[in-house]
Design a protein around this ligand. Structure first.
Ligand SMILES: C[C@H](O)[C@H](O)[C@@H](O)C(=O)CO
Ligand SMILES: [Mn+2]
Length: 414
């Protein structure tokens, strides 16, 4: 134990906070790191369509992973710089096979190398059907397309994705979340929103009809406000999916970039959790729109972590990340973003909750404000450094040296 940590431990103890319990709790919280930060959401299929689903990585920093092996090597490096034991969130378009199955033909075996690798790493996997970057998504309509043939194609893709997720969960002994994000929408004002939403609902019902075991997989549905090319209407809006998740018992995915920029997504956690068993988060940093910037240790992330702790939602929330920045080192992006999520959680775990709730219940808002502001000066950094040291993960200058050296080693990738 370092001297600095020892002093910090004393300081927190004076406020009635046990930093050791905070460290122990933090070590048990897995973050599901998204594979798509490593290759700018390109995937490993032979591309058949132009639709990017309105999401777009910008930048051309050297080092993009071009193969599953390169992506796994980058992930291994990133995990080694992140304290704790985490998960990988895979999209269906990241299959690893010599075959070229269409989306409605994918099977578990096309992802077997990922499962073997995850076993070796001791990490869990999560999964996502990919309803974009395909010729049959070029109308910006998939599960809600007026053409039954197109809807059926995507329903089959969705069913297969669920089965793959369930087999991943079974193989790894840890339930995989299968998150459904559908980019469907209209660039200009539609006449019949109801018909599109009714079609989406009917398609989802068919996709989810098979009740797969909760020990192997859990379904999640992700809403969105708008995307490039679907500015006027997104079929799978927040209200649509909140109702759907509550009625059907799926997880609701709250992506921090999928709301009006001034909305406080952290505020939604307690509200929706009263009607849902579990929540999935896509922690992101929207800048003016759903720009998917790397998350900072900023107010929005701190509030999110604080809500998870104060509302006692950690055991009912799967924390996933969703950002992609191709203007910086992609491995550094993963490491910085994931560590920031952990740092935010640590700060929340180090709050004097009893004192704060007592003050609030007594309507003593002066004490509540004094406490939150005084707390900002406490030595969180020393506790974080101790956490990293115990997990044998670098901080400060040694971390920067690691990140730079890895980036230099992958920069020659074509
Ligand atoms: C690649 C992801 O599925 C995607 O980012 C989705 O989760 C999303 O947030 C779309 O805006
Ligand atoms: Mn998302």
């Amino acid at each position: 134990m370092s001297k600095t940590y020892d002093m910090a431990r004393e300081t927190f103890a004076q406020w009635g906070i046990d930093s050791e319990s905070a460290l122990q709790r933090l070590a048990t919280i897995p973050i599901s790191m998204h594979c798509w930060q490593g290759d700018d959401v390109v995937g490993f299929e032979t591309k058949t369509g132009s639709s990017g689903g309105g999401i777009q990585a910008t930048g051309n920093h050297p080092g993009r992973a071009r193969t599953p092996d390169e992506l796994r090597a980058d992930l291994e490096f990133a995990y080694a710089q992140i304290p704790g034991n985490h998960r990988l969130n895979l999209h269906a378009m990241y299959l690893d096979t010599e075959e070229n199955p269409d989306r409605d033909e994918i099977e578990f075996r096309h992802f077997a190398p990922w499962v073997d690798w995850a076993k070796g790493q001791g990490i869990g996997l999560d999964f996502n059907p990919t309803f974009f970057a395909h010729a049959k998504a070029d109308d910006n309509l998939t599960l809600s397309h007026p053409d039954k043939g197109i809807r059926d194609f995507w329903i089959e893709h969705g069913k297969r994705s669920r089965e793959i997720a369930a087999q991943m969960g079974a193989a790894l002994g840890s339930a995989a979340v299968n998150n459904i994000w559908v980019p469907d929408g209209y660039k200009d004002t539609p006449i019949d929103r109801m018909a599109a939403r009714a079609r989406l609902e009917a398609s989802l019902d068919q996709m989810l009809a098979d009740p797969l075991g909760a020990a192997e997989m859990r379904d999640a549905v992700e809403s969105k406000l708008f995307g490039i090319g679907v500015e006027a209407c997104t079929v799978g809006s927040h209200e649509f999916y909140m109702g759907y998740a509550i009625r059907k018992g799926t997880l609701l995915c709250l992506d921090m970039g999928h709301f009006h920029p001034t909305e406080n997504v952290a505020d939604k956690l307690s509200a929706v959790s009263l009607s849902l068993d579990e929540i999935l988060l896509h922690v992101s940093r929207p800048m003016r729109w759903d720009s998917d910037h790397v998350i900072l240790l900023d107010d929005s992330i701190l509030s999110m972590a604080q809500e998870l702790v104060t509302a006692d939602l950690l055991d009912r929330t799967r924390i996933g990340l969703d950002f992609f920045d191709a203007t910086i080192s992609r491995t550094a992006a993963w490491v910085i973003g994931t560590r920031n999520m952990q740092k935010a959680l640590l700060r929340a775990l180090l709050l004097p909750l009893d004192q704060l709730t007592k003050a609030e219940t007594a309507l003593d808002y002066t004490t509540r404000l004094t406490l939150t502001e005084e707390f900002k000066d406490l030595p969180f950094g020393a506790v974080w450094d101790e956490f990293c040291a115990r997990q044998d993960v670098p901080t400060g200058l040694p971390l920067i040296r690691e990140l730079d050296a890895y980036q230099a080693a992958v920069a020659s990738r074509g």
